[in-house]
Design a protein around this ligand. Structure first.
Ligand SMILES: [Zn+2]
Length: 56
């Protein structure tokens, strides 16, 4: 299984969420579930899909 590190809290996870907030501007970041939930309250939040390590 492949893993990635959350762009916000650096936690290693097999499932990450591709998101964008005002903080990222026009670039996308991969974050863990907890950070994704927090990011939903941020201005400019956009969801761009889920990344799952076991599919690759
Ligand atoms: Zn995180």
């Amino acid at each position: 299984m492949k893993t990635k590190f959350c762009a916000y809290c650096q936690t290693e996870a097999a499932t990450l969420y591709r998101i964008q907030t005002q903080r990222e501007g026009k670039s996308w970041v991969f974050v863990c579930e907890g950070c994704c939930i927090k990011a939903k309250t941020q201005p400019g939040y956009r969801y761009g899909g889920t990344w799952q390590g076991y599919r690759h």
